[in-house]
Design a protein around this ligand. Sequence first.
Ligand code: SF4
Length: 547
Amino acid sequence: MTSLPTTIQDVFNEPGCARNASKSKVERKNGCTKQLKPGGAAGGCAFDGAKVALQPFTDVAHLVHGPIACEGNSWDNRGSVSSGSDLWRRSFTTDMSETDIVFGGEKRLYRAVKEITEKYNPQAIFVYQTCVPAMIGDDIDMVCKAASAKFGKPVIPINSPGFVGSKNLGNKLAGEALLEHVIGTGEPDYTTSYDINIIGEYNLSGELWQIKPLLDELGIRILSCISGDGKYREVAYSHRAKAAMMVCSRAMINVARKMRQRYGIPFFEGSFYGIEDTSDSLRQIARMLIESGAPAELMERTQALIAREETKAWAAIERFKPRFAGKRVVLITGGVKSWSMVAALQEAGLEIVGTSVKKSTKKDKERIKELMGQDAHMIEDMSPREIYKMLKDAKADIMLSGGKSQFVALKAAMPWLDINQERCHAYMGYVGILKLMEEIEKALYNPIWDQLRQAAPWDEFDRNLQARTAAQMHAQAPDPVRDPSRNGVRTISFSNQAEVSEGESAIAAHGPKLAEPNKPCTSSSGRCIACKDIPSDLQPPALQAAE
Ligand code: SF4
């Protein structure tokens, strides 16, 4: 069993990662995690990354070994859906307490595995390591091995405690756990020349099911999807696939590359977002399968299907083009979506004013340049304040991003659409692009934005009140400077600051003693000494009445 530091170094040495390949040996050793600035949001931890990558396996019990907050942090934060078991959405944790920290949590973990086996009898149990048990030295590998032998089912340690690094590192450590403990441990009932793996696809809002009917029609079988709507047994025999498509490069490149190395499964990186990218990916799958031994007629059938679906899709998005004319989009996402979404949006006539490339590879950036030109605005690392300014200055009409950035757009009173993992709609394939256009149209033309940009009713009331008060003041106290009869000198106002400043010339001429208090005279004897020299038309009404 490989130790955690060795696995991490191995992941950092990933030759399939273009960014990593461009680093020196020393830089590579330091890994990919950036030092956080004080006050900066860290994003998810490595445990969170591992959980988010594997939780879409539907018939597996996901047991988090640690204090309850770790499970609370990670549970159900990806909108994947299942066609069968709902076990993956149950929340299992060892809920470690102070006593476990003193005496160790291994026994507690063993008992939790036993309880899950007895109550749910899942296909497998994935045990996630977190910071606290890792720091006190709980050996989850050993516990999983013992529990697996005792209960006769796979109990897989996912060794990715939060402190080892970023969410992305956690994605890769999850992939390493699959490679070490799951892939290659089973055999399918039969194999065909049309078997493929899809890696890094999470079936968010069921979008894999917008692609599956197309593959079914071509006779192509998804032998295993890692991990959307995935089943444990399918991953175990995924090494028998003839080709693989990698959907999110940053997350699981190590899985695709090592499966090519170990089992000779070729892979390509593709996207099912947008009409043209969907067609390209289908062609690539057909081409790879043919190269691996599938009949050549597969390509003809694929081309025919693409022609039919493209005709329908292009016709359907035509109606959005006048609605989107001149509309500008800023795209704050990452990885493959930084370019695949660009292509999809451009197809509907939207202008992309910037796309974030913080989590994108060199290859992703090249694709962006191909689509948006050499001067493409690639946002490396934009702070929320800068995004807000960009939206507020009306440099974009809508922002497409993940849920974490939504409040920036809402604060700027700009339309926003979720395109990341928490989204509620499926945007993949020829059907998905239409759904995406519909949602963008709804967001852009939602009447709420006009209302939000108007002043609040109470602000309006305040402004009116101020205007009325100022008008009253001016009516009561003529301008002493401009009124020649008063010569800007002798007239002293009872009202507030405005008149005090206007009377500056008078004060300059006669000294500050001419300035009067703002409150009306309250002398019970009629006129006090201070009021005596003041012209009667400027005196408060109470005093005039007394006179
Ligand atoms: S950083 Fe550690 S303690 Fe926090 S959620 Fe991640 S694993 Fe748990």
